[in-house]
Design a protein. Sequence first.
Length: 428
Amino acid sequence: MTTADAAGAPGRADDAVGPAEAGLDGTWQRDVRWWDAAFYVIVVLSAVALYTVPLSGTRLTVSLTATGVLLVAYTLWGRRAARTREQGLAHLYLVVLILGTVVVVAQDTLGTLLLFAAFTQVWMLSEHLWAQVLLSVVLAAGTALALAWDPGAGRLVPGTLASTAPQMGVALGFSLGLGLWVAHTMRQAERHARLVDELRATQAELARSHHAAGVAAERERVAQEIHDTLAQGFTSVVMLAQAAGADLERGAPDAARQRLAQVESTARENLAEARALVAATGPAPLQGGGTLVDAVGRLVERFRTETGIAVTARLDDVTGLSSADEVVLLRSAQESLTNVRRHASARSVVVELTQDRAVTRLEVRDDGRGLAPDVTEGYGLRGMRERVAAGGGTVRVGSGPAGGTSVVVQVPVVSTADAHGARAGGAA
């Protein structure tokens, strides 16, 4: 048979992929088992083929012994080198492989079947280009000499060498070409595998970053909701309970009972807000078909009842607001009235809700002490600004026209269709 078709297979250059690199996707340990199976099949078939030809006892013994040595050498050294990439062990095995192959070929031309395994393993096990080329040349030259060897005469046959040398030259050229091409392909595969590895790592890091940002944003949202609802409700409960205690001390049980009724009402509202917060729905005053005007009106009335401060409410019907905009305006009204209660020492408050074609405007102004020159915004006002800005609106805090403090919140008006869509999305 000719040996031009027995040339190389997957190989490596000196910078080609080793198992740690080729195994970036975790497949090398699985794939190398197929290399084991292929080698054992080729060697066993070669031994069976040699056994079937009429060889003299000595030549058959030499062939089978050399084949057995190859099996033992691969089992002890080759398999380990394929997995550990120990180059000293790999080259030691490859030298034994080449010598064994040449010995078998010298006994009979059927031994050239081993070249399928030999050329392949040169490129598979060695990771140095110079060693791959050198071992391939030695294997091709040794095989050419073995084919020209006459075991009976114990000498080389020049005519046979002249005919086999070109065949082995073709086999060598095919092996080098295919080996170098596959080595280049494997280098590209290594680069791609590294890129995939880096991409996966980047995706994992990005996912962790997004998760952390989402967790932080959700914590901030929940904290803001608690501040705007439960914390303010509890503040009202504490103040009403203190007022009820004072009424009892001065002998006014009717006033105390009225305060306690307000405590119960406020606590129920807080409970509803807590349930809405847990369910991740909108504010309780806006649930069940309630309008923004109704919710602000109830908020104003409760503020008047709890504080005794005179409140003037001018609330126009508003349209074109999304659910998010209604939440923004309601929370802004709550925060503004809470600041009046805590800091203004006001005698009267004006709450206005108006709308034109471009914006919906909420203003809460009082006649209290006003803003100190060096005052810094607290958590509630910062949260209000962030909430309004997220919806494309603005917040302006300053002095009122007659003193005191004025808080003006403006949010853009959307079309009626957009508002209905936002409500439907919020309900979903």
